[in-house]
Design a protein around this ligand. Structure first.
Ligand code: PYC
Length: 310
């Protein structure tokens, strides 16, 4: 299996060009559902240690659905298939440029969450125009064991988010272990309380919002992903969900630009335009860098061929 690895603000993406499972016919949502139901062993083998690394997201290239899209893509981490992935789409844009498949300018990409646009500005810089994102429920309080009541917004940005602002603990790289424990507990409490999307979709990511020491930065976040790793980037779909919350609260105007920082200090520039369904169309600009081109080998006698257990 031939893969190209990049990172977007420290968050790795592994683009799989060939050698993925046969997902059969159907639209991208159906094929993504098949990846989740029948092939999570493949996802783990590609992304979990020792072949992969914590936080890594896979981008399985599949045929596009729309005639003018460059490619279709299904994103996944070691534990879940994702509807969309912002940092992965920035990494994919830079990877497609590296392969000579796209040049500067706008290109369409099909994802299970819908069609998104990438704008390649230079070899490392991509603006993603994401699917329409929305605030689903405002100021939802959940009782979290050992923490007490925690209030956050439920929002959609291509994945399902519970966003707590302000964070109950400082969003600081010195607190990574505690931030991880707290967000895992909040996600579990959301699941127990049935908090999620309008159609019962479970919360798959939790965001804690804090402040940055840099006055040029709007806010800093810690984002828990389905595989229990944190997003080293400010999370493209999470930033989209956050834009929807800010817009719904009147705290950010269409076209107004802000900088969002991750807990380790990598940055996205963000803005939005109003969406057709009452939400927002987010624009996320970030940088990715290619790290390697690799042929993965799955040796059947390797005791850890399927990845190390968690
Ligand atoms: O950037 O949207 C994102 C993302 C989701 C999970 C990891 N990164």
């Amino acid at each position: 299996m031939y893969v190209i690895d990049s990172h977007t603000g420290g968050e790795p993406t592994r683009v799989i060009q060939e050698g993925g499972p046969d997902l059969g016919q159907g639209d991208l949502q159906q094929r993504a559902a098949r990846l989740a139901s029948d092939h999570m062993d493949f996802c783990r083998a590609v992304l979990a240690e020792p072949r992969g690394k914590p936080g890594m997201v896979g981008a399985l290239l599949v045929p596009a659905q729309s005639p003018d899209a460059v490619t279709g893509v299904i994103y996944f981490d070691a534990d879940a298939v994702l509807g969309m992935c912002g940092h992965g789409t920035i990494g994919l844009g830079v990877t497609l440029a590296h392969l000579g498949r796209i040049g500067p300018g706008a290109h369409a990409i099909d994802t299970p969450a819908g069609r998104v646009q990438i704008d390649l500005q230079d070899a490392n810089t991509v603006t993603v125009t994401n699917v329409e994102s929305r605030l689903v429920a405002r100021d939802v309080t959940v009782e979290v064991p050992e923490l007490g009541p925690i209030t956050g917004d439920v929002a959609y940005g291509g994945n399902w988010f519970f966003i707590v602002d302000p964070s109950p603990i400082p969003v600081n790289p010195r607190n990574l272990r505690r931030l991880n424990d707290v967000t895992i507990a909040i996600r579990a409490a959301c699941h127990s309380a049935g908090i999620g999307g309008e159609g019962g979709q479970p919360i798959d990511h939790v965001i804690l919002q804090g402040s940055s020491p840099d006055p040029q930065v709007h806010s800093r976040n810690y984002v828990l992903c389905p595989d229990d790793a944190y997003d080293r980037s400010p999370c493209g779909t999470g930033s989209s969900a956050r834009l929807a919350c800010l817009a719904a609260r009147g705290a950010l105007q269409p076209g107004q630009r802000i900088t969002q920082e991750s807990v380790i200090g990598s940055r996205y520039d963000l803005s939005y335009q109003p969406g057709a369904q009452g939400g927002v169309i987010p624009q996320i600009t970030g940088q990715a860098h290619i790290m390697g081109e690799t042929r993965l080998i799955f040796d059947p006698v390797d005791p850890f061929v399927a990845g190390v257990p968690r």
